[in-house]
Design a protein around this ligand. Structure first.
Ligand code: SF4
Ligand code: SF4
Length: 405
């Protein structure tokens, strides 16, 4: 009875946002790390400015006008700000709650996003595009659409053909090895199926049992778009399939999905396969590869998965590989989930800077763990006539594995 009397009622969403915003001491240390502040140089496009907007909306001091909502929606969710914040402001939580408070922007490309989140439909569309030679005329088709069109951005990032997945080494480790469940996601399960197959091959070689879960959206697009109820429903579906698998851990090859799953599935051990492989790297031996590669580190790999050091350590095990890590400034290539579709002109401006930095490394190949970043960067390469072949780092590692099939 006494405990019940002392229990505080849960905070409302507005109270929660206000409490999170109160943690900000307005020091401004996050501003130089923010890509959108770098683009516009305006306080409203900075983390500190967005926190002030969120607080004003939560306290009823401001109305959610289109202008204020746009500043919130321009945020890439890269979390560079959170990483450097001395006051430990939980910016990720604040952004998700504030977007849920104001709801999705009216102009969201809902039909396109619905297509992307359904792997079966997306695979069918990609096959039709490939069979009809859409890749040859997608640029001319896109040019008929406004530069701000999400469909034009989607056409720009459409790959010429779906990659053929590598054969998966089916040699499950003997004995009582740990079992992990691999969550394939939606876009990655279609456009980056070879990374998934590569992860399974490498995990087997490192001594893990792997169960592949069904492919569907983790809810990231809904979470970022302020559609919390849908995101929660999808998270429950992931939890159910993970529990049914009997695995001890849940993994995804896409760092962006890892971030969403960690947030929506508290209590579930969500891991980056890169970290798992690094922990048992003594089981992995690689053939030499004489190649200069540029490693692009997605924001989610650095700020959420925090597996960039483990990834570099694994790649450095490949003899003769000339590994060049792309500089992190200006901190985001602009892909940022659905941002590249919703704000393609801003995303293209951020991409220019990233491609310029990669070009200084003169790579023969580009590696990046995030399929969204790779497709977005590849579209920029097309525009500039640069054509670095690109792949997931795990794909390169699986290709060089000494005991690969
Ligand atoms: S670094 Fe943290 S405390 Fe300082 S302005 Fe940014 S969010 Fe606020
Ligand atoms: S998440 Fe990234 S884009 Fe958004 S405010 Fe923070 S640093 Fe800026």
């Amino acid at each position: 009875m006494i405990n019940m009397a002392l229990e505080k009622p849960p905070l409302t969403r507005k109270q929660k946002i206000a409490a999170l915003a109160d943690q900000c001491v307005q020091c401004g240390m996050c501003l130089p790390t923010c890509p959108t502040y770098g683009l516009d140089g305006s306080e409203a496009e900075s983390p500190r400015g967005r926190i002030a907007i969120a607080a004003a909306l939560a306290r009823g001091d401001a109305e959610p006008t289109a202008a204020l909502r746009t500043h919130l929606d321009h945020c890439l969710g890269c979390l560079n700000c959170q990483r450097v914040c001395p006051a430990n402001v939980k910016y990720d939580e604040l952004l998700v709650e504030t977007r849920a408070l104001v709801g999705p922007l009216p102009g969201r490309p809902r039909q396109l996003l619905a297509l992307l989140r359904q792997p079966t439909l997306l695979r069918l569309a990609a096959r039709v595009a490939s069979a009809t030679g859409l890749a040859r005329w997608k640029v001319r088709l896109g040019a008929r659409l406004p530069a701000s069109s999400a469909w034009r951005a989607a056409l720009d990032t459409l790959p010429d053909a779906l990659p053929e997945p590598l054969p998966v080494a089916r040699e499950e480790p003997a004995g009582a090895a740990p079992r992990v469940a691999l969550f394939p996601g939606c876009v990655a399960s279609v456009e980056d199926a070879e990374a998934e197959a590569s992860a399974i091959t490498l995990l087997h070689a490192a001594g893990y049992h792997v169960t592949r879960l069904p492919a569907f959206c983790c809810g990231a697009m809904d979470l970022h778009g302020g559609e919390m109820a849908t995101a929660d429903r999808l998270a429950e579906r992931v939890r159910d399939t993970w529990q049914a698998s009997g695995a001890s851990e849940l993994v995804s090859v896409t760092p962006g999905c890892l971030g969403t799953l960690r947030r929506t599935l508290p209590g579930v051990p969500v891991r980056d396969p890169v970290s798992l492989l690094a922990e048992r790297s003594e089981h992995l031996r690689f053939r030499p590869l004489s190649r200069r590669v540029a490693l692009h580190l997605p924001c989610t790999q650095v700020n959420v998965a925090r597996s960039e050091a483990a990834l570099q350590a694994l790649l450095r095990k490949v003899p003769e590989l000339d590994l060049q890590v792309a500089p992190r400034a200006p901190y985001c290539c602009g892909a940022a989930g659905s941002h590249m579709l919703e704000f393609p002109e801003r995303a293209a401006r951020l991409r220019e800077a990233t491609l310029g930095q990669i070009a200084t490394l003169a790579p023969q190949q580009l590696l990046s763990s995030n399929i969204g970043c790779r497709l977005h960067l590849a579209a920029g390469m097309d525009e500039h006539g640069q054509h670095w072949p690109h792949m997931h780092p795990l794909t390169l590692l699986a290709q060089q594995l000494e005991n690969s099939p």
